[in-house]
Design a protein around this ligand. Structure first.
Ligand code: N01
Length: 507
C-alpha cells in the first residue's frame, strides 16, 4: 500500500488494541491520511506477541472488546489469547484498516523537525514523516530478563513467556520458571502435566482468587447474536461490578481485607500442607500487586513433580539455576516469567523532541504525561496507554477508548484552528501530575507493602490511574485546549513565513 508514500498527516506507532482502535476511529471519522507502523507481522500487540500456553485475559470477555465492536462469539467468560488475537485481526479487516498498515516496520527513532514542524521517523523500512505522531507502543511490550550472573553460559534453552519458543517441546523436560506473576500462574499449570519436573522460583507470592471462567453456552451465544442489547447489559454490569473494587484499591485499602479473606480461603482449600501454604501466603495487602484469578495455580504447585523455591535467583550455572538459599537446581529449560520494562520505557530513548531533547532524559525512568497523553517539549505527539493510565482491576480497552476520544478531539481542534504545533503547557503538566501523585498517596498500590511494576525505581507510581475509570472517561471526553500552546494558528498571523500550511486532517 503505502510503500511509496512516506509523508502522512498522522502516524500511529503500534497496532495493538490502542493503535488499531485509533486507526479504526479515524476511518470512522472519514480521516484517511494516516499510517500505522507496527513492528510485528500482524496486528494485535500484546495479544499477538504473547503465545505462552495458558495465555488468557483475566478481564471478562464481554468487557474485553471495543464498545463499537462487541463480540458475541467469545467462547468463554474470560477470553483466550488466540481468540483476542483473531478478534483484533477481524476488526482490522472489518473496519478497512489494512491499507493503512505497515507491518514488520519497527520505529527506531522519532525526531521532531523544528523547521518542518514534523516528526521524522527512522524505521526498519526507511524514513517516514508525519505532522502528528500517536505513540501506542503498549506498556507491556518489552520483555524484561534479569541480568543474572552466568546466564550466557547456561547449557539449556532459555526464553521469556512473551517470546515463547514453540519449537522447544517441554515434554519430559526439567524446567525452571522464574517469577510468579500473571503470566507464570497461567502457564505453569500447562507445563506441569508434560514436564518431568518444574522448579518455580517465587520471589514474592501473588494473591490468587477463585476464577469464574467457564464456557459460554449455546443459549448465551444465540442471545447475544440476536439481542446485542443483552450483551451490552452484561458488559455494563461487569464494568460497574469491577469498578466497585476502586473503593478499596484507591480510597480505603482496608476494605481489601474482605477479598483477602476469600483469597486466603481459596489457598487453604487448595493447599492442605501448612508448610507449603505458608510459602504461598503473601505478606502485603491484596490489590497492591495485580489480583490473579486461578483455580489451577495452587493444584499445579502441589503436584509431586513441582518444587516451589520461595526465593529469587542469584546465579545461573551451565547446568541449572541457583536460588537465594545457594542450592543448585539442575534444569535443561529456563523460562523467564519476569514481566516487562514498564516504567523504564525503552522506546523513550529513541524519541527526540524540541532542541533534540530525549524523552528518556526528561523522564529519567519515571514517566509522566498530561492526561496520559502529552509531554511538554514534545509537540504534536500524543500517547495511548501513556503514563498513569494503567489499571489492575478493570478493562484497559475502556481506558484506551477514553484516550482515543481525547485524541480525536485534539485532532479536530488542530484541524479547526489550523495550528501547526500543539504542545502541552508545562504548568498544566506539572499541576496535573502533582494532583495525580497526591491521589496515589493513600492507595493500596502505594501503601500496600509490596514492590510492583506499577512503581518506578524510586518508588513513584508512574503507571496506575488512581480513581474510578469513569472519571478518566469524563476528563478525556474533550480536548482541553487551554492546557496547550497552539502555535502557527492560521488566521491569527502567528504562522512564520515560509512554513507550510497544516493540511486538514479530515476528509
Ligand atoms: O509479569 P509480572 P507478568 N528474580 O511483572 C518476578 C499483564 N498480564 O508477565 O513479585 C526472581 O507481573 C517477580 O517477582 P516480584 C498483567 O497486567 C495480563 O506475569 O517482583 N523473580 C514476579 O513474580 C500483569 O500484571 C494477563 O518479587 C523475579 C514476576 O517475576 C503484567 O502483564 C496475563 C525477578 C514478574 O511478574 C505482567 O505480568 C499475563 C528476578 N530477578 C500478563 N525479576 C491477563 O490475563 C522479576 N521476578 C490480562
Amino acid at each position: 500500500m503505502t510503500a511509496e508514500r512516506r509523508d502522512f498527516r498522522v502516524a500511529i506507532l503500534g497496532a495493538g488494541f490502542g493503535g488499531l482502535g485509533m486507526a479504526i476511529r479515524l476511518k470512522q471519522k472519514g480521516i484517511e491520511d494516516f499510517v500505522v507502523l507496527e513492528r510485528d507481522a500482524e496486528v494485535g500487540g500484546t495479544w499477538w506477541a504473547n503465545t505462552y500456553p495458558g495465555c488468557q485475559c483475566d478481564i471478562p470477555s464481554h468487557l474485553y472488546s471495543y464498545s463499537f465492536a462487541l463480540n458475541p462469539e467469545w467462547t468463554r467468560t474470560y477470553p483466550l489469547q488466540p481468540e483476542i488475537r483473531d478478534y483484533l485481526r477481524e476488526c482490522a479487516d472489518r473496519y478497512g484498516v489494512r491499507p493503512h498498515l505497515q507491518l514488520g516496520c519497527a520505529v527506531q527513532e522519532a525526531e521532531w523537525d523544528e523547521g518542518e514542524r514534523k516528526w521524522r521517523l527512522q524505521t526498519s523500512d526507511g524514513t517516514y514523516t508525519a505532522d502528528i505522531v500517536i505513540a501506542a507502543p503498549g506498556a507491556l511490550s518489552e520483555p524484561r530478563i534479569p541480568n543474572l550472573p552466568g546466564l550466557e553460559d547456561f547449557r539449556g534453552t532459555v526464553f521469556h513467556t512473551a517470546r515463547w519458543n514453540h519449537d522447544h517441546d517441554l515434554t519430559g523436560r526439567r524446567v525452571a520458571v522464574v517469577g510468579t506473576g500473571a503470566s507464570a500462574i497461567q502457564t505453569v499449570p500447562r507445563i506441569q502435566p508434560i514436564a518431568e519436573h518444574v522448579t518455580v522460583f517465587q520471589r514474592t507470592p501473588p494473591w490468587v482468587v477463585p476464577h469464574r471462567d467457564r464456557p459460554l453456552t449455546r443459549f448465551e451465544h444465540a442471545l447475544y447474536k440476536r439481542l446485542p442489547a443483552a450483551q451490552r447489559m452484561v458488559r455494563a454490569a461487569v464494568y460497574f461490578g469491577r469498578e466497585l473494587l476502586v473503593t478499596g484499591l484507591a480510597y480505603r485499602p482496608k476494605l481489601m481485607k474482605g477479598l483477602q479473606r476469600a483469597a486466603e480461603a481459596h489457598l487453604a482449600k487448595q493447599v492442605p500442607d501448612p508448610e507449603l501454604r505458608a510459602k504461598l501466603t503473601p505478606d502485603y495487602v491484596l490489590g497492591c500487586k495485580r489480583i490473579l484469578p486461578s483455580n489451577a495455580w495452587y493444584p499445579a504447585i502441589t503436584q509431586p513433580n513441582v518444587e516451589l523455591v520461595p526465593s529469587g535467583v542469584t546465579e545461573i550455572r551451565p547446568e541449572g539455576v541457583v536460588g537465594a538459599d545457594g542450592v543448585l537446581h539442575e534444569v535443561d529449560t529456563l523460562i523467564f516469567a519476569t514481566g516487562f520494562h514498564v516504567t523504564d520505557v525503552p522506546f523513550a530513548q529513541f524519541i527526540r523532541g524540541r532542541d533534540g531533547a530525549r524523552l528518556d532524559d526528561l523522564w529519567q525512568g519515571s514517566p509522566a504525561a498530561y492526561r496520559g497523553a502529552s509531554v511538554p517539549g514534545f509537540p504534536n505527539m500524543f500517547w495511548i496507554v501513556g503514563p498513569n493510565t494503567g489499571l489492575g482491576h478493570n478493562s484497559m480497552v475502556f481506558m484506551i477508548e477514553a484516550q482515543i476520544n481525547y485524541l480525536l478531539d485534539a485532532l479536530e481542534t488542530i484541524d479547526r484552528t489550523g495550528a501547526s504545533e500543539v504542545e502541552v503547557r508545562r504548568d498544566a503538566y506539572e499541576a496535573y501530575n502533582t494532583h495525580l501523585q497526591s491521589r496515589l498517596d493513600g492507595t493500596v498500590w502505594n501503601t500496600g507493602g509490596c514492590s510492583s511494576w506499577y512503581l518506578d525505581a524510586n518508588g513513584r507510581n508512574a503507571t496506575i490511574w488512581p480513581d474510578f475509570t469513569f472519571r478518566f472517561w469524563r476528563q478525556t471526553l474533550q480536548f482541553d485546549a487551554p492546557a496547550y500552546e497552539l502555535s502557527g494558528v492560521s488566521g491569527r498571523g502567528t504562522r512564520p513565513q515560509g512554513r507550510r500550511e497544516a493540511a486538514p486532517i479530515s476528509g
